[in-house]
Design a protein around this ligand. Structure first.
Ligand code: GDP
Ligand code: K
Length: 277
């Protein structure tokens, strides 16, 4: 069977390095990403009779164009299209970590979540509805404790199953950003399709539409599209409905998904009640 390439993405301090070490250990090779001084770790190993190639992406909170780390991570995901993205999430900081998850789902790549630092979340009395998270995101979610090497074989099993399931199949719908923004995304996707069918066929559609809506300069510059003309009508509608800053609107829509999901799946420990005397 062919090699399965997995990219590991996650926030700084999500335990990503510990998890990568637990998966690949001494097989890790350290180098640099081309053209930048960002460390690149890579490994190749067997799991379940399959060859797995692991690429560790820089730790990031987002996939914006503003930092070298984020540019490296997103360029790799967009250009190399790994078979599966493993999103390492700090279970004790679910809402903040889901902001990156939401952006990974925009790319239309198969994602498996490693719900890491799960031991500490449990010790703190946080209860996370793992099945609920899987259903709402449409991805597998595997609790892991990288420092204890717990959940790592299950994570790799889920990754391989996802790679096999995703090959050639349509992925589930990503979380909705609300009717107005979804209308704009659909309109821009159609406009890209008409203006540059080859680009529309090769780039992640939803992601590209969102980048054009946000006015992401490096992405716009990398296409031959007349971006301002292409997004003019959809953006006019959005501004009429919501006022000014469309880029902020997209950011808020992502946070709203992360916040809503967290509210649905996370139960905080009950605060000890003070005795009323
Ligand atoms: P990175 O910045 O995402 O690469 O995170 P590190 O791998 O450096 O881990 C950050 C901190 O979290 C370190 O102190 C780790 O020992 C700790 N850590 C990582 N994974 C776990 C875990 O599953 N459980 C607990 N309790 N701590 C963890
Ligand atoms: K660290």
């Amino acid at each position: 069977a062919r090699t399965v390439t997995i990219a590991i993405a996650g926030n700084p301090n999500s335990g990503k390095s510990t998890l990568v070490n637990g998966l690949a250990g001494s097989r890790l090779q350290v180098g640099n990403w081309p053209g930048v001084t960002v460390e690149r770790k890579e490994a190749s190993f067997e799991h379940g009779g399959r060859r797995v190639r692991l690429v560790d992406l820089p730790g990031t909170y987002s996939l914006s164009p503003w930092s070298q780390e984020e540019r490296v991570a997103r360029d790799y995901l967009v250009e190399e299209r790994p078979d599966v993205v493993v999103n390492v999430v700090d279970a004790t900081n679910l809402e903040r970590n889901l902001y990156l998850t939401v952006q990974l789902l925009e790319l239309g790549l198969p994602v498996v979540m490693a719900l890491n630092i799960y031991d500490e979340a449990q010790a703190k009395g946080l209860r996370i509805d793992v099945r609920g998270l899987e259903e709402r995101l449409g991805i597998r979610v595997i609790p892991t404790s990288a420092t204890r090497k717990e959940g790592l074989p299950a994570l790799l099993d889920a990754v391989l199953a996802t790679a096999d399931a995703a090959a050639g199949t349509r992925l589930g719908a990503p979380p909705s950003y609300g009717p107005d923004l979804e209308d704009a995304i659909a309109a821009v996707e159609r406009a890209v399709e008409q203006a540059d069918p080859a680009l529309a066929a090769s780039a992640p559609r939803r992601w590209l539409a969102l980048k054009l809506i946000e006015g992401d300069a490096p992405v716009v510059a990398a296409t031959a599209l007349d971006a301002p003309a292409l997004v003019e009508a959809p953006l006019r509608h959005l501004r009429e409905a919501h006022g000014g800053d469309v880029e902020a609107m997209v950011t808020e829509a992502r946070y709203a998904v992360a916040t809503g999901l967290t509210r649905e799946v996370l139960t905080q420990p009950a605060r000890p009640r003070r005795e009323l005397t």
